[in-house]
Design a protein around this ligand. Structure first.
Ligand code: MG
Length: 444
């Protein structure tokens, strides 16, 4: 082939045109997916059933592209609002919304002092909203962005409680009849302010007017509860129990040993965060599986427990650790150390926060169990697309992002303080005190 023919076939002009067309295509593709910039950061504060929920809405400069994140710290909810509005909002406006880890690190370091509950919740609200935005951009649920499902649905536990042991057992049977394979059981101690249960009409002698709790009375009652539960509910159902850190460290070691024969799924929060060095002693004494972490805010709390394999389930309240971004790393660390996940999931997590829990549950190989919450109608009025709970399993929404939309007009109908009664309203959503007979404050 001579040169003239070659030039005819290739054509210097045509080659230039092809090159230029490729460059245009790249430019067009780049123009089609420019980084969305953060245009506004707003807070939705609502209490559809009394519990104060904080949701952050991040709005981008792209038409209709926004996302929601949970920043709920219900006992100090009013403080999270200015943490977002006065500090994170001006820090974030104009920044690229698609650099999630980078923005998380920037927000985390921007206060210099860090790892506190208010600031971590504010960061979480933004962090989860950025994941929602990325999911909406991709047209995928967030669990797909995280690698996709490791399981079809998320096994949950329900809360069975009562003032007396037969009430708890009836309640547990109700959960089992609805398909739950895991049930947390809590019983009241007569006259005392037990965690997660009624107290009955008994009067207890005390030197003060506050609710009373005595650890020894609770410990005896807890062992009796498990004797009755195994007798009445059988060996198949998985039983869980929350101590709520109300006893001394050595009492916690004793309780874990005393309950070993009842083969619990897990014993939750036997120690307070201040006493985490005692987990080593529980581990050395018995094989009762231990769950810990809903009060954790700092890597200094969860890192040693996971690293030394001193717990079996890490049970962080995702927003208290700063959102989805840090918690997916905690889950990965747990997988390497044989520690499973059991993210905190009561009513004082917004439906957006529950959706984030479920995304983590679906994608983590080392998922353990998920605490469930049956969303009341008023919550569904404000949040459409709440995760579905069926036969003791949570199912994730298949819509992009979290699959949740917030009806802001409905949210405004339920301001903070609405639906709250008595002390809780007086304390602006905070918790009251519980004391021993002599007046000593107990941890709760
Ligand atoms: Mg708990």
């Amino acid at each position: 082939m001579n040169r003239r023919r070659l030039m005819q076939l290739v054509g210097a002009g045509a080659l230039t045109a092809r090159q230029s067309s490729a460059e245009e295509q790249v430019a067009r593709a780049t123009r089609a997916t420019p980084s969305p910039k953060i245009k506004d950061v707003q807070v939705i504060a609502t209490a559809p059933v009394g519990l104060r929920l904080v949701v952050v809405k991040v709005i981008t400069d792209q038409d209709g592209l926004y996302g929601y994140g949970c920043g709920t710290f219900t006992q100090r909810a009013d403080l999270v609002v200015p943490a977002v509005e006065k500090y994170l909002r001006p820090f974030l406006i104009g920044k690229n919304a698609d650099r999630i880890d980078d923005l998380w690190q920037a927000m985390y370091n921007s206060s210099y002092w860090r790892n506190g509950p208010v600031l971590n919740n504010a960061i979480s609200g933004v962090d989860q909203a950025l994941w929602d935005i990325k999911g909406r951009q991709a047209g995928m649920p967030v669990y797909q962005l995280l690698g996709g499902k490791c399981r079809e649905a998320v096994d949950c536990y329900g809360h069975a409680s009562g003032a007396d042991i037969p009430d708890v057992i009836e309640n547990a049977k109700g959960f089992m009849a609805r398909g739950f394979r895991h049930v947390r059981v809590q019983v009241g101690v007569p006259g005392m302010a037990g965690y997660g249960s009624g107290r009955g009409d008994v009067k207890v002698e005390k030197l003060h007017d506050a609710p009373v709790f005595e650890p020894e009375a609770y410990l005896k009652r807890a062992v009796k509860l498990f004797e009755a539960c195994r007798k009445e509910l059988g060996d198949e159902v998985e039983l869980l129990h929350d101590v709520h850190e109300r006893i001394s460290p050595i009492q916690a070691v004793r309780l874990a040993k005393d309950l070993e024969k009842f083969r619990l799924f897990f014993l939750e929060d036997p120690l307070s965060p201040e006493d985490i060095a005692w987990f080593r002693h529980i581990r050395q004494q018995c094989t009762t599986p231990i769950a810990m972490g809903e009060l954790f805010n700092s890597p200094h709390e969860w890192t040693p427990l996971i690293q030394e394999r001193l717990i079996d389930y890490i049970r962080i309240h995702v927003t208290q650790a700063g959102g989805l971004t840090p918690c997916r790393k905690i889950a990965a660390m747990g997988e390497l150390m044989g520690v499973k996940t059991a993210w905190h999931g009561p009513g004082d997590v917004s439906p957006v926060g529950h959706a984030a829990n479920i995304a983590l549950d679906l994608v983590a190989y080392n998922f353990g169990i998920q605490e469930s919450y049956n969303f009341p109608d008023r919550v569904k009025e404000v949040f459409s697309g709440c995760p579905e709970l069926k036969n003791g399993y949570y199912y994730a929404s298949e819509s992009p992002g979290w699959g949740i939309e917030v009806n802001e007009a409905a949210a405004k109908k339920y301001p903070f303080g609405s639906g709250e009664r008595g002390e809780r309203q007086q304390l602006n959503g905070g918790w009251g005190e519980v004391r021993r007979r002599d007046g000593t404050i107990i941890k709760q």
